[in-house]
Write a protein that binds this ligand. Structure first.
Ligand code: NAD
Ligand code: ZN
Length: 380
């Protein structure tokens, strides 16, 4: 391994050359890590909706050619100048947002929105010198959210790497990088349901099911899943969801249906759809006096949240969260430990697996809405 330190590495990467066109496995050159950077050998990566949105580039700024990918597990190959808390051989999860440990957000116990390393989807280069570490015959290939995990080797800012237990299986814990932590943290860190309480989860995709998993871990006694797609209900049972509501089955607002089911409202709700009407329902369906609603979904840019201020006077609380309020370096290693302690069940999220050479199949599955997470094996 030591022979590659300081050298350019030639390896395979799946390059998105154009919006919506299948990725192409190419041989790329990966430059050595510069100041505060780490070069990581990716062992497993998985596909999340955000990769698909930026690959389709409908409504996002198109930036191509680019190496996508942001949920992954890997091993440190080498570190750049100034990196002291990671060394070759360490097991890491790259994260699309970061923790510099020096800014006001990183110093605050209440925030995970690092000034330096917060997600920037328009940046396709490294912060240190504004350049890409990937190239093909000298032509630079852009990075994606600081991670670009659809490559056998990638270069990541040290602040965007969570150092995890080396005994944790990377083919399972790679999904902790993004979606699962977002939903899990929304419930455990922000909604904070008490044991025996009731929780409504709006949207039963991977993020919503991770929110339900959080409610199960917290000991909620009723977990009400709300989705417009009734096919989601069968799989949601595995995640501890006890009751299901499809808003299409009623001719009154779903918040009224939930209030009737729960004697006035749920104790907590977590919205994981990205749709404004679901966000409003998720807020209005919580109990007055103590109910807390947490918004996770990313809305349309023109969406406006409209509700009566009386809901606030009646002591319903509305919150939102970014990445489940987890700080990537400080908190994510403990999420991996929750899996190692068998508290967090990751296997039920892992529905498919493909070799790296067939990465486009993972995109097809997601576009068809099949399964939750498809693991991509880099060595195959
Ligand atoms: P997904 O598309 O797999 O699941 C969304 C589910 O919501 C679907 O099953 C859909 O049928 C359902 N749905 C849509 N509209 C609905 C409505 N009005 N009422 C009830 N159900 C409805 O998506 P996902 O990957 O699970 O992600 C969920 C959301 O979380 C997305 O908006 C995503 O952008 C967001 N997200 C946020 C963060 C963050 O840090 N805040 C991080 C990652 C993802
Ligand atoms: Zn910071």
């Amino acid at each position: 391994m030591s022979s590659t330190i300081g050298q350019v590495i030639r390896c395979k990467a799946a390059v998105a050359w154009e919006a919506g066109k299948p990725l192409v496995i190419e041989e790329v050159e990966v430059a050595p890590p510069q100041k505060m950077e780490v070069r990581v050998k990716i062992h497993f990566t998985s596909l999340c909706h955000t990769d698909v949105y930026f690959w389709e580039a409908k409504g996002q700024n198109p930036l191509f050619p680019r190496i996508l990918g942001h949920e992954a597990g890997g091993v440190v190959e080498s570190v750049g100048e100034g990196v002291t808390d990671l060394a070759p051989g360490d097991h890491v999860l790259p994260v699309f947002t970061g923790e510099c440990k020096e800014c006001a957000h990183c110093k605050s116990e209440e925030s995970n929105m690092c000034d330096l390393l917060r997600i920037n989807t328009d940046r396709g280069v490294m912060i240190h010198d504004g350049k890409s570490r990937f190239s093909i015959n000298g032509k630079p290939i852009f990075h994606f959210v600081g991670t670009s995990t659809f490559s056998e080797y990638t270069v990541v800012h040290v602040g965007c790497l969570a150092k995890i237990n080396p005994l944790a299986p990377l083919d399972k814990v790679c999904v902790v990088s993004c979606g699962i932590s977002t939903g899990l943290g929304a419930t455990l860190n922000v909604a904070k349901p008490k044991k025996g309480s009731s929780v409504a989860v709006f949207g039963l995709g991977a993020v919503g099911l991770a929110a339900a998993e959080g409610a199960r871990i917290a000991g909620a006694s009723r977990i009400i899943g709300v989705d417009l797609n009734s096919n989601r209900f069968e799989i949601a049972k595995k995640f501890g969801v006890t009751e299901f509501v499809n808003p299409k089955d009623y001719n009154k607002p779903v918040q009224e249906v939930i209030a009737e089911m729960t004697n006035g409202g749920v104790d907590r709700s977590v919205e994981c759809t990205g749709h404004i009407d679901a966000m409003i329902s998720a807020f209005e369906c919580v109990h007055d006096g103590w109910g807390v609603a947490v918004l996770v979904g990313v809305p349309h840019k023109d969406a406006v949240f409209k509700t009566s201020p009386l809901n606030f006077l009646n002591e319903k609380t509305l919150k939102g969260t970014f990445y489940g309020n987890y700080k990537p370096r400080s908190d994510i290693p403990a999420v991996v430990e929750q899996y190692m302690n068998k508290e967090l069940e990751l296997e039920k999220f892992l529905t498919h697996e493909v070799p790296f050479s067939e990465i486009n199949k993972a995109f097809d599955l997601m576009l068809k809405g099949e399964g939750l997470r498809c693991i991509i094996r880099m060595d195959a």
